[in-house]
Write a protein that binds this ligand. Structure first.
Ligand SMILES: [Zn+2]
Length: 83
């Protein structure tokens, strides 16, 4: 049986199969973006594929802490587009 990779949502801290989450990546050029392919190089964060967790993530600034930099409003808009 193939093992399903499990990742934690940064907002609700629950664990889900990777495929059910949205991956956010910060690459070497310090670009932060939604990684639809799950294959982009860099440090990855995961969030549930729903508005509740996304709003929570924005409100608590957890991504800022996780990536140690400012997260643009544009990124959140992009993430919303992924839902
Ligand atoms: Zn969540």
């Amino acid at each position: 049986m193939k093992k399903i990779p499990i990742r934690m949502c940064l907002a609700c801290r629950k664990h889900f199969p990777k495929k059910d989450l949205i991956r956010i990546v910060k690459n070497k050029e310090n670009q932060i973006f939604a990684d639809k392919t799950f294959k982009a190089e860099g440090r990855g964060a995961y969030v549930c594929n729903n508005n509740v967790c996304l709003a929570n993530l924005k409100k608590t600034h957890k991504l800022n802490k996780y990536f140690k930099c400012e997260i643009s409003a544009e990124l959140y808009e992009n993430l919303k587009g992924e839902i």
